[in-house]
Design a protein around this ligand. Structure first.
Ligand code: F6P
Length: 547
């Protein structure tokens, strides 16, 4: 039975090492080593990572890599790529990497090669997306499709939504995509006001095809379409589905030709590489979707084969462990300096928090150490005018990832240079800070009186020593986006493996679903059931009589 990581020798050594480094400022680490940037930077699959602004020395990395080795990360990684059932609570393989396997190799699940089926669905996606884009596949009244609406939630929404936003420069103005996820009727209702049923295609994206929100939206969309076109038969031409539940899609009335299969070895939050990415293929074309898969595959190959000291997912994952378990940080900010990545952190939130927000280990034991942190963030420069105050001067500190494409798809005036300057300035300010002496000198140079300086100086001090990574991309393309997403997927894997949790189940979302079912029944019955607690019962009564 695998020992908890806290019992491994490297864990203990890392605690001692942390105490060693605790009094050391990043300013000192930079002063001590002029080669620090070269030493702590690495490049792979089109991404460049500077991790020199971290509270580490070379021996820190060695110790963290020892920890990874002692927890059996290499074996676990090999098991995942080989299709072993590492999702042990659901007895499933974890093979999102097979969806983007461009190496021409076989990958076996229960002795059967999954690659022919993967290629078949990719071909089906190509035929369908090209047919819609070229106008060979038309709507019920003979008009071309102009609006695609993805109806899905969680992994069946966030991944494709994030990717479509990021890849907007590769889209065509005459084919738009929309994403409806919330069961709040306002989400679908607001969109339908703007759409024409004759030119709209709905994709029902649901791995299980049982998710309440998605099915409610799908049924309402269907009613809108039938009412608008005056024909039930129109459903066949205006609906497609992506699911592992082919019985469910058939029962909804979606013809087989418009049903895109995927498999139970693809987790929802890892599914954008499957036919769940159909909206991406429709929006930017199948060649670009293929390039997205290529980028992810390049990161897979890097993760599998690169030396640990040069392995981006390992380094990012281990840095996260370092702060979460040895410095006690509870959150981690992801700050893309690219408007196209404005939903990237939301996608990572599900990816990371649904994967590693666990408190029981793989052997079913209660966990006594911290696991997945809270992931949060917004794009720069917007965040600078909102929550960066807390990052710079709050009483807690938060490790940050800055993500910056070096070339813009929209080279307007000096905008991009300003964006770059702001991004680099923020990580510098976090790391460097401003001492009392520097603050005083600055105020003095502004001609302030000694009394004013005394009063203001404490407020102008920045502690600095706040760590961050900077990830540079030459440009946000399908290929670099694929590599970036896969980087974070593997980072989450590295951490889950060290924490000895199952990163691929999500039982924590079930209780709320069950209770919502009971409360919905009470709302329909017009009275709370006797078994409801006093608070819920009181709230149900208020909901029944909104006033
Ligand atoms: O409720 C959580 C969850 O199961 C996620 O894991 C998943 O991404 C989402 O719901 C949607 O599920 P489905 O694709 O089956 O509709």
């Amino acid at each position: 039975m695998q020992a908890p990581p806290t019992e491994l020798p490297a864990w203990q050594t890392l605690h001692t090492h942390q105490r060693d480094l605790a009094g050391c400022h990043l300013r000192e680490l930079f002063a001590a080593d002029p080669k620090r940037f070269e030493r702590f930077s690495v490049e792979a699959a089109g991404l460049f990572l500077d991790y020199s602004k971290h509270r580490i020395r070379e021996d820190t990395l060695t110790l963290l890599l020892e920890l990874a080795q002692q927890t059996g990360l290499n074996r676990h990684r090999a098991d995942m790529f080989a299709g072993a059932p590492i999702n042990t609570t659901e007895q499933r393989a974890v093979l999102h990497t097979a969806l983007r396997n461009r190496a021409g190799t076989s990958i076996l699940v229960d002795g059967i090669d999954v690659m022919p089926a993967v290629r078949r669905v990719l071909q089906q996606m190509r035929d369908f997306s090209e047919g819609i884009r070229d106008g060979r596949i038309l709507g019920h009244t003979g008009l071309a499709i102009r609006d695609v609406v993805n109806l899905g939630i969680g992994g069946s929404d966030l991944g494709p939504l994030m990717a479509c936003e990021a890849l907007e420069p590769y889209s065509r103005p005459d084919l738009r995509v929309h994403f409806v996820s919330n069961v709040d009727g306002a989400h679908l209702g607001r969109l339908l006001k703007r759409l024409d049923p004759r030119t709209t295609l709905f994709i029902v994206a649901s791995k299980t095809f049982t998710t309440q929100e998605t099915l409610a939206n799908a049924h309402s969309a269907r009613a809108w379409l039938v009412a608008g076109l005056g024909s039930e038969a129109a459903v066949a031409q205006h609906f497609a589905a992506v699911s592992t539940n082919l019985k469910g899609t058939a029962a909804f009335g979606i013809p087989d030709a418009h049903v895109f299969e995927f498999w139970d070895w693809v987790g929802g939050r890892y599914s954008l590489w499957s036919a769940i990415g159909l909206s991406i293929a429709l929006y930017v074309g199948m060649d670009n979707f293929d390039a997205l898969l290529d980028g992810a595959h390049a990161m897979d190959a890097h993760f599998r084969a690169s030396a640990p000291t040069h392995n981006l997912p390992m380094i990012l994952g281990l840095l996260g462990i370092w702060y979460r378990n040895f410095w006690g940080t509870a959150t981690h900010a992801v700050l893309p300096y690219d408007q196209g990545l404005h939903r990237f952190t939301a996608h990572l939130q599900q990816l990371d928090m649904e994967s590693n927000g666990k408190s029981v280990d793989l052997q079913g034991r209660s966990i006594t150490y911290e696991t997945g942190p809270v992931i949060w963030g917004e794009p720069g420069t917007n965040g600078q005018h909102a929550f960066f105050q807390h990052l710079h001067q709050g009483t807690d500190w938060t490790p940050c990832d800055f993500i910056l494409p070096l070339q813009s798809h929209y080279p307007l005036g000096d905008h991009h240079r300003m964006l770059v300057a702001n991004c680099l300035a923020q990580s510098q300010a976090l790391m460097w800070g401003k001492t009392q002496e520097e603050a005083r000198a600055e105020l003095q140079s502004q001609g302030m009186s000694p009394a004013e300086i005394e009063r203001l100086a404490p407020h102008k001090i920045f502690p600095g020593n706040r760590p961050s990574s900077t990830l540079l991309l030459s440009r946000l393309t399908p290929h670099t986006l694929g590599a970036l997403i896969a980087l974070y997927e593997h980072k989450v894997f590295v951490q889950g493996s060290i924490w000895n949790v199952n990163s691929f189940d999500q039982w924590g979302v079930e209780l709320g679903k069950q209770l919502a079912g009971r409360i919905l029944k009470d709302l329909r019955d017009g009275t709370p059931a006797a078994a409801q607690d006093a608070s819920t019962s009181g709230l149900i009564r208020r909901a029944l009589d909104p006033g």
